[in-house]
Design a protein around this ligand. Structure first.
Ligand code: HEC
Length: 175
């Protein structure tokens, strides 16, 4: 009897664990119909790009937002915004949307219990990924590339949707 009770407790713990993981990780995003599953972007791929292949610390910044500045929740309390070459090339020639391959990294600096986002919040433009939200792939990750959330994140796209006419970007007005 004692043994049975023990395995029941372990069983219940396992069920709870699975439920908790499912909740944290959320559903896996579906691949859009017109996208080859092999091209589906991932947070791991994005982390490899910005941390190894083309380190974001060497990128430029928006002309009017240079260095660490006070930021708003859920970002902050201070942050610095880096833009890759694709974004930079669109500064003088903006067609309403940033080009495919554009990446914007917001490095959140300092701590505040109210800040919910991880060290790096990233927007990555991937053609065909999410047409309803200008094809932005969103990611929330640590400086070491540990992914907290990725993909079509409703909170990111929802709040940044306030800047929909500026391709979901707040800190720089393209035109
Ligand atoms: C409640 C609103 C809100 C949510 C949720 C939010 N952001 Fe932001 N984000 C902002 C605001 C406002 C700014 C610009 C002000 C600042 O410097 O903090 C910003 C700036 C950024 C920038 C710099 C480019 C820009 O748009 O100005 C990136 C990159 C970014 N956020 C990524 C993310 C990601 C990824 C998520 C989800 C994990 C997210 N954000 C969630 C409001 C939000």
């Amino acid at each position: 009897m004692k043994q049975m009770l023990g395995s029941m407790v372990i069983g219940a713990a396992a069920v709870l664990l699975v439920a908790a993981c499912g909740c944290v990780m959320g559903p896996t995003p579906d691949v859009p119909d017109d996208m080859d599953p092999a091209d589906e972007p991932t947070g791991a791929r994005l982390a490899a790009i910005i941390l190894q292949e083309d380190p974001f610390q060497q990128w430029g910044e928006f002309p009017e937002r240079q260095g660490s500045l006070p930021s708003v929740l859920p970002h902050g309390p201070m942050s610095r915004v880096f833009i890759n070459g694709r974004v930079e090339s669109a500064l003088a020639d903006f067609e309403g949307r940033l080009p495919d391959g554009s990446i914007i990294v917001k490095q959140n600096v300092g701590t505040d219990p109210q800040v919910t986002e991880a060290a790096l919040t990233v927007m990555w433009k991937v053609a065909g990924f999410d047409p309803a939200n200008n094809d932005w792939f969103w990611a929330n990750m640590s400086l070491e590339g540990r992914i907290a959330s990725e993909g079509r994140i409703p909170s990111c796209a929802g709040c940044h949707g306030g800047a929909r006419r500026n391709d979901f970007v707040f800190v720089h007005t393209f035109r």
